[in-house]
Write a protein that binds this ligand. Structure first.
Ligand code: GLC
Length: 473
């Protein structure tokens, strides 16, 4: 054994020695157990609640709610939370919004209740967006809600309490890019988002600011569901840095889930990874779009706005209809993804009424049909002409958007034999007649759709059919 090989032995040996010393010191038992647990967690175990959840709320909240899309009397094009960049606002001027940030209408229990009643299982809120402003009392900066605003309430602490009480997973969106920090993109003014520029002190920002902030979030409000990164496209962020950050976070919280924007893997707005290479992160992040088909073995989540902005803009009334949103939810689930639907609260701290109305309507649908969304996987029969299909255990859920005018629903199941068919909205589960054709089955569903937007027909399958259709191995 030469000297170099020898050295490799010395490190683990001395680590072992250290462990023995700690064991002797009396705190060893717990350490050994937690170490073992850390190693034991597989990705499937970590992702379990997330795959079950399928539906979450994105919340973009910060100082940008104050200008709400207007700067110096001019409407500023683009998404509301980008106003600092889009209107080229100098930091000192942007800081003035902090003095006006006083969302006295903020009620964490109410926000969480709105999400929960919609059928959402988790909330991802902006702990820090690109403008660098923090929604909690960060110890490494005064650029936060406690130190820089008259509001002086820790928004994340209040939300964490409300989420715990109501059984909703709390997750944070945290921007890697930072337009306020001198060691990050602040010096790029007037183009904070200049991707050709580098800050020579960026690693100091990453080590002494970004990481301590993440440690604070995990320590104060954890265990967290997801850490949802963004702004990874800057020149100073690299894939190795993303991988290192990912590994470091999982050391702190072994069951944490992290999106793929922690590294450089994501392919633009499409959001899935560019290739099968080993990129950092647990799931893909399509933005404002839904993949054309299911992606076997890939975890992904579509994030989407209800109007055209993430952060509140007072005059954006381009709302998607409830019908559209509900069908998108079914479409996404039918392709094996999650739906992260955004709200941008007002400067007063209220979720806009138009968003609340839509979420209430979605909640009504979910109250009847949630079984066809939660814990489901991608459709084994593609996207039929009349709608979508989700699968779970021995069931297929047929999401019928276009109810057949003759009351006969064609289902493209080859030589199928179905044990039972019924309407999910029918509490009595009255069996629907099923006729088998050569290439398909025909279900007599009746003339009237139980739901104008999406009526769900449940098919309980025979083991044999499930096997033939590749639903079981
Ligand atoms: C974009 C934007 C950002 C928004 C995010 C949501 O990357 O930079 O403002 O928060 O999308 O996915």
């Amino acid at each position: 054994m030469n000297l170099r090989q020898n050295r490799r032995w010395i490190a683990p040996l001395s680590a072992g020695l250290l462990l023995t010393m700690l064991l002797v010191a009396g705190c060893g038992q717990d350490m050994r157990i937690s170490k073992a647990e850390k190693i034991a967690l597989t990705k499937d175990e970590r992702m379990e609640w997330w795959r079950e959840a399928r539906f979450g709320m994105f919340i973009h909240y910060g100082l940008y709610a104050v200008p709400a899309g207007t700067y110096q009397g001019q409407r500023v094009d683009g998404i509301g939370e980008w106003i600092m960049q889009n209107a080229h606002i100098p930091v000192e001027e942007y800081e003035q919004f902090a003095g006006k940030f006083n969302p006295v209408g903020f009620n964490a229990d109410e926000w969480v209740r709105i999400a929960k009643n919609a059928g959402m299982k988790y909330i991802v809120i902006t702990s820090k967006h690109h403008d660098g402003f923090c929604l909690w009392d960060s110890q490494v900066t005064d650029w936060d809600v406690m130190d820089a605003t008259p509001f002086q309430r820790d928004i994340l602490a209040e939300l964490a309490r409300a989420c715990k009480k109501q059984g909703i997973k709390l997750c944070f969106y945290h921007s890697i890019m930072d337009w306020h920090h001198p060691d990050a993109q602040r010096s790029f003014y007037p183009n904070y988002n200049d991707t050709s520029k580098s800050n020579p002190n960026f690693s100091r920002y990453a080590e002494e600011y970004l990481k301590p902030q993440l440690a604070e979030l995990l320590a104060n409000y954890g265990p967290l569901g997801v850490l949802w990164f963004d702004g990874e496209w800057i020149k100073d962020w690299t894939e190795p840095q993303g991988k290192a950050l990912y590994a470091w976070l999982l050391e702190i919280q072994p069951d944490l889930i992290v999106n793929n924007r922690v590294g450089k893997g994501r392919k633009g707005m499409e959001g899935l990874n560019k290739s099968d290479d080993d990129y950092a992160g647990d799931f893909g992040t399509p933005e404002q779009q839904i993949p054309a088909s299911g992606l076997p073995g890939v975890d992904w989540e579509t994030c989407m706005t209800m109007n055209d902005t993430w952060g509140f803009k007072s005059y954006d009334e381009n709302w998607k209809s409830t019908e559209d949103l509900l069908r998108k939810l079914a479409d996404i689930a039918s392709k094996g993804g999650n739906f992260l639907l955004n709200v941008g609260p007002t400067p007063e701290g209220l979720i806009p009424a138009a968003s609340v109305q839509r979420l209430e309507a979605m909640g009504k649908w979910m109250a009847v049909n949630r079984e066809s969304i939660y814990g489901t996987t991608a459709s084994p029969i593609g996207a039929p002409a009349w709608g979508r299909c989700t699968a779970k255990d021995d069931r297929l859920y047929l999401h019928v958007f276009d109810w057949p005018t003759d009351g006969q629903l064609d289902v493209p199941l080859a030589q199928a034999s179905v044990r039972q068919a019924y309407l999910l909205a029918d509490k009595k589960r009255a069996p629907l007649p099923v006729a088998a054709g050569d290439e398909n089955i025909v279900i007599t569903v009746g003339d009237e759709a139980p739901d104008a937007v999406n009526s769900v027909v449940v098919l309980v399958l025979n083991e044999e059919v499930r096997r033939k259709n590749g639903i079981v191995e």
